[in-house]
Design a protein around this ligand. Structure first.
Ligand code: HGY
Ligand code: MN
Ligand code: MN
Length: 409
């Protein structure tokens, strides 16, 4: 049904503000790692808002939360959603905007007395970030059947915690059947987390797909030794090999070019002492590319470099794949509708790929899926300075409102 409804931007920003208090950092950022007490606080708040809006709230065995709004007819809902867990140095928009904009859409429709033909759903998926438990997006992976529930529950986090135990501890080991309800279509509003929309002056991003992601953990083992007495020719220095790998990753991204990116985000040396040659280095390498062939080439070259460099230093290597997702393309007709609806509102709009991973890339395997982006100030995200202007948040939510009501007819 056609309508000219617009969301209440102030109400959306007020909920964003209140959710940001769950895991608030002294520096204004948000630390709401998956399955922590802060995550529970955020979950309780959002599930409470769902219930206050009359949604039927279901919690599944991996802690995914789905609020259902009945339609005039039974059947698979049109789903909006994202995640509410954050990285340790997160902002208030990554994930939260997509979930709270979904609630805002529901409240706007309720105020206007509009009931859609199909049911609507608002969801948040467990552990989208993957900062504590890998892989990332494991809640939506389980929801779509791409990761066995037991495997996700058994995941040991970077802090040694076990996901299933943490889920029970915070009271979100639910009983709703995993992967239900079936979803008619999924639309996720999200901040771009990159510089493109702001730099080029666009308000809306019609996201064409998500790039491929490859996360590897490397455990390098050499020999601790005296920093002063050990001749260089005798060293088996894991710290040196780790540093070479980090520098190689940067060269590799530059040489492959295109959309190739490479990041060494985590690196721990032991014994990590000023006068001891490092015996061990545990590090992660995050490689991404929209082109899977190039991503595979990057993985191959990195693996070869790691083997050569470690062998030359007498250091052994253990590899663990933390995540590996091929690039995903969103449903072309939905991408076109995001673009057209943005233009109906006279919002400037650009098609672009997503550099970040999202739950939408998992939902795309089971239903027509698309994403709506809004600009990130300075392209900053996974950083306490993350910011998106209120009018951009409202614009994204308006496009979400119109697209979802269209899909629900
Ligand atoms: O890593 C990512 O792209 C997402 O934030 N989990
Ligand atoms: Mn996100
Ligand atoms: Mn994120």
């Amino acid at each position: 049904m056609r309508h000219n409804l617009r969301v209440n931007g102030a109400r959306l920003m007020s909920r964003l503000e209140r959710l940001a208090a769950a895991g608030a950092r002294a520096d204004g950022g948000v630390d709401r790692l998956a399955l922590t007490d802060a995550d529970r606080e955020g979950r309780d708040l959002v599930a409470g808002w769902m219930r206050a809006l009359g949604l039927e709230v279901g919690i599944d065995a991996i802690g995914n939360v789905v609020g259902l709004r009945r339609g005039l007819e039974e059947g698979a809902p049109v789903m909006m959603g994202s995640h509410i867990d954050t990285v340790r140095t997160g902002g208030r928009y990554d994930g939260a905007l997509g979930v709270l904009a979904g609630l805002e859409v529901v409240e706007t429709l309720a105020e206007a007395g509009v009931v859609t033909r199909r049911p609507l759903a608002v969801a948040f998926f467990t552990n989208e970030e993957g900062a504590r438990f890998q892989p990332d997006m494991f809640g939506s992976l389980v929801f779509t059947g791409a990761l066995p529930l037991e495997k996700a529950l058994a995941t040991v986090g970077v802090d040694g915690a076990v996901a299933g135990e943490e889920l029970r501890r915070i009271g979100y080991a639910g009983s709703a059947p995993v992967g239900k309800p079936d979803v008619h279509a999924y639309v996720e509003l999200h901040v771009e987390q990159g510089p493109t929309l702001e730099a080029e002056g666009f308000t809306i991003g019609a996201v064409e797909g998500v790039q491929g992601i490859s996360w590897t953990e490397l455990t390098l083992t050499g020999q601790s030794n005296h920093a002063g007495t050990t001749p260089m020719r005798m060293r088996r220095d894991a710290g040196y090999v780790a540093a070479e790998i980090a520098a190689f990753a940067r060269r590799l991204a530059r040489e492959i070019g295109g959309n190739q990116v490479a990041t060494v985000g985590a690196l721990t040396l032991s014994p990590n002492l000023v006068n001891v040659v490092a015996e061990r280095a545990v590090m992660t390498v995050d490689l991404r590319n929209t082109d899977n062939a190039q991503l595979i080439e990057a993985e191959r070259r990195l693996a070869a470099f790691v083997s050569e460099t470690a062998a030359a230093e007498g250091v052994t290597v253990e590899r663990r794949t933390l995540a590996r997702f091929d690039p995903v393309a969103f449903a072309k007709p939905l991408v076109a509708r995001v673009e057209a609806i943005a233009r109906e509102f006279e919002f400037s709009v650009k098609r672009l790929p997503s550099g970040a991973g999202h739950d939408a890339q998992m939902l795309a395997a089971v239903c027509p899926t698309c994403m709506i982006f809004v600009p990130s100030a300075g392209g900053i995200s996974h950083n306490v300075e993350e910011y998106t202007a209120p009018d951009h948040c409202a614009a994204g939510a308006d496009v979400l409102l119109r697209l979802v009501t269209e899909l629900a007819e």
